[in-house]
Design a protein around this ligand. Sequence first.
Ligand SMILES: Nc1ncnc2c1ncn2[C@@H]1O[C@H](COP(=O)(O)OP(=O)(O)OP(=O)(O)O)[C@@H](O)[C@H]1O
Ligand SMILES: [Mg+2]
Length: 334
Amino acid sequence: MLQTETTTPAVRTPTAAAEEPFIFCENLVKIYKVADLEAVALQGLDLQIQRGELMAIIGNSGSGKSTLLNILGGLDRPSAGRVTVGGRDLLKMSEAQLVRYKREVVGFVWQQTARNMLPYLTAIENVELPLVISGRFGRAERLWARELLEVVGLADRTRHKLSELSGGEQQRVAIAIGLANRPPLLLADEPTGSVDTRTAATIFDMFRQIRDQYGTTIIIVTHDPKVMSKVDRVVAIRDGKTSTETIRRVAIDMADFAHGNIVLGETHDEFVVLDGAGRLQIPREYLEKLSIRKKVRLELEGDQIIIRSVSSEEEQEAASDEEKDTRHRRWGFR
Ligand SMILES: Nc1ncnc2c1ncn2[C@@H]1O[C@H](COP(=O)(O)OP(=O)(O)OP(=O)(O)O)[C@@H](O)[C@H]1O
Ligand SMILES: [Mg+2]
């Protein structure tokens, strides 16, 4: 059963203290204008992410996932709303501040590995490149680049040119490149989109290891349904708004506990997210099952709120009452 959550998500990692969220999005709106058409990619999205959280964003194609990631990465500016990362207000940043933000605060991993790296350089040269560009390259940086390739399991491939690596290996180099400048935030847009399931699982495990080792806050956009068992929280976006979130909990199996064994199992709690104005998105399958279209009845019963479907006659009646009402208002009498 779905549950609702209005408060800040619970602290889920040992590194996340009870502090201001690292990332705070409120009523975020992004409208793209192409010729005379407007596409509303984000329509009032609320999201909070704690420092050191490892989370995934899922949602249908066109729901606004990449738009959100691009805004968090400083590649795109929102049309309205509020977004802060580590206390920085992304809407108020100057172009020069944004350039620094992109270099020092965020690392990117894209699905198309070509966007991250240069094919004629070796794996290690690719990881070193952002450090060279940042103008601080010495022995410590050389060791750091090596360490990163070890973290992603490519210690024995450092001198291979990218063209000599498999797709999965290239994607792991891309993760190392994303981490080169030691960003506190790593954004990955479908990092496992073009690798097989086993490699995808290894890559998700790597993200967890990176979070545990360096405290990096990691946001992964993915279509991979298996992601749930690999991250702390999955947030689903629908039509440019957060709709549900699922939190993974490790629980002790009480039946086994009674027999003297401690067996750790996983449970997943799914919540529906309420926005600042108290609106929630009812899952589409629920609406379809009860043939709910435009109106419902809301009843408070004890500590529960019940949403009841209304018959189509009732709905029509309500619509015609509404029409009369607006006509009356238009003519100034009631
Ligand atoms: N640069 C752009 N110009 C105009 N419209 C855009 C632009 N980028 C995205 N959109 C539109 O905004 C909406 C959200 O797009 P977005 O790329 O964020 O979706 P997504 O959730 O990442 O989808 P996918 O899973 O297919 O990658 C879509 O309707 C898209 O057509
Ligand atoms: Mg996308």
